[in-house]
Design a protein around this ligand. Sequence first.
Ligand SMILES: Nc1ncnc2c1ncn2[C@@H]1O[C@H](COP(=O)(O)OP(=O)(O)OP(=O)(O)O)[C@@H](O)[C@H]1O
Ligand SMILES: [Mg+2]
Length: 455
Amino acid sequence: MTTDSARKPRVLIVDDEEGIRSQIKWALSSLYDVLLAGDANTALEIIKSDRPDVATFDIALSSVGEDTHGMDLLVDALGVNPGMKIIMVTGNEDKQTAINAIRAGAYDYFQKPVDLDELKIIIKRALYVKQLESENKELQSKLSQGDSFQEIIGASDPMRRVFKKIGTIASSDYTVLVTGESGTGKELVAKALHARSQRQGKPFITINCGAIPDTLLEAELFGHEKGAFTDAIAQKKGKFESADHGTLFLDEIGELSLLLQVKLLRFLQDQTIERIGGNVPIKLDVRIIAATNKNLMDEVGLKAFRDDLYYRLSVITIELPPLRDRADDVVLLANYFLERFSAANNRAACTFDRKSIARMHSYEWPGNVRELENRIKRAVILAEGRVIKPSDMGFESDEPSARKPLAVVREEVEREYIMDVLRQHDWNVSRAASDLSVSRTTLYDLLEKYGIKRQ
Ligand SMILES: Nc1ncnc2c1ncn2[C@@H]1O[C@H](COP(=O)(O)OP(=O)(O)OP(=O)(O)O)[C@@H](O)[C@H]1O
Ligand SMILES: [Mg+2]
C-alpha cells in the first residue's frame, strides 16, 4: 500500500489486554498483516523495525514500572515514524483526552468496547489517507526532478490542496499570485511552478519589489538606454528581458509603486515593455508569478494597489496556509530539516525527545516554516548528544503553555488569603475564623492542610 504495493498493509495493535489483541487480530488478519504489542516498549520496537502503516493504541496503556501510557507512546511513535496513522482507543476517559490525542498528532479515535466493523472502517480510511500521502510524495519527487529546487514537504490537507493546484496549473502560462504569511514557502512554490512548466530550463528571475528603492527598481525591471539618466553610461537590459522565455518572480508585489504598477499592467496586457529612455516597445515572452504577504484586496481598498492590476494578477491564486494550521506537517518538516542539516554538518542522525515533539505541536510558529527551519538548524549544531531537547531549539525546557490545574490554583489562592487574614489579626485564630466566616475547627483544619504556621 505504501512503498511496496505487493505487500498487505501492516496494522499494529497495542493493548495490554491479551483478549482484545487476539479478538482484533482475528477480525483483521484476512485483510491486513496484523502485528501485536502488549506494552509501549515492544510497540516502539515494532514501529522501528516493521514500519506499520496504521496502529491502534490503547490510550490507557500501562507499562510495568514506568509511567508510559498511550499518550506518551503516541508522541514517541510519531517521532519515529511520522507518516504512520495512529488511532487512539479510549475507554471511559472523557472526550477531552481523545481530543488532546488528535492535537498531539493522532489520526482518529474510537471508544471501547471495540466494535469490529467500525474499527475496520476507520482503519480502511486511515490507509486511504496514507496512500494519498504517499502519492503526494511521489508528486513532490516528480516536482523536484526539475532544476535545482528543493522538495516541498507537506501532508496536511491544506498542503495537499496546494500540491494539487500546482499540478494543474504549472504547465499553463497563466499569471499566478502566491499569497501567505512570511516564511510559508511562497518562493518555493514559485520555483516549483516554473520547474513544472514548459519554461523549465529557461531563466527563473527573482526580484524583490520591497527591497529596492523605486527609481532603481524601475531600471532593474525594465532596463535603460544609454544616457537615459545621469548614471546611465551604457545601455542595460532589465529583469524582464533577462527572463525572456522564462519566468519572472515578482516578490513582495504589494510594495510596488503606483507608477510601476501601471508599467506592469501594460506588460500583462500586451507583453511589451520599454526601456527607460527608450521609445521602442520590446515584445517579450515572460510568465509572471507574483507573491505577497499582504492582503492585496485591502491595499486595493486603500487605493495603494490598482484594482485592474489586482484582477490581472489574481486570475489564479495559491494561498499558503500558516504553519499553525498545518498540524500534520510540523513533525514531518522537522524530521526533513533534521535529516538535511545532520547530513550537511556530517552529524549522525539525531532524533527529537518527547518534549520537543510536544512543544513543536503546541507552538504557534509566527515565522512559519522558515522559523522551524532555523530552529532545527540551530538544534543540530547545539545538541550535545543525539537527542534534541526543547532548549536546543531555543524553547524554554518546560512547556510555557502547560497550565496549572484549577484545583492547584484554587489552593494556592486559598492559602495566600488565609495567611493574609491571619496576619491582619495578628495570628488570632478565633478572630480570623470569624472574619473568614468559618468555624475555628475548619480554620485549624485548613492551617494543617496547608502547613501554615505562625510567622
Ligand atoms: N513546505 C516546505 N517544505 C520544505 N521547505 C520549506 C517549505 N516551505 C518553506 N520551506 C523553506 O522555508 C524557507 C522559507 O520559505 P520561502 O522563502 O519560500 O518563504 P516565503 O513565503 O517566500 O517567505 P517571505 O514572505 O518571508 O519571503 C525556505 O528556506 C524554504 O526552503
Ligand atoms: Mg519570499
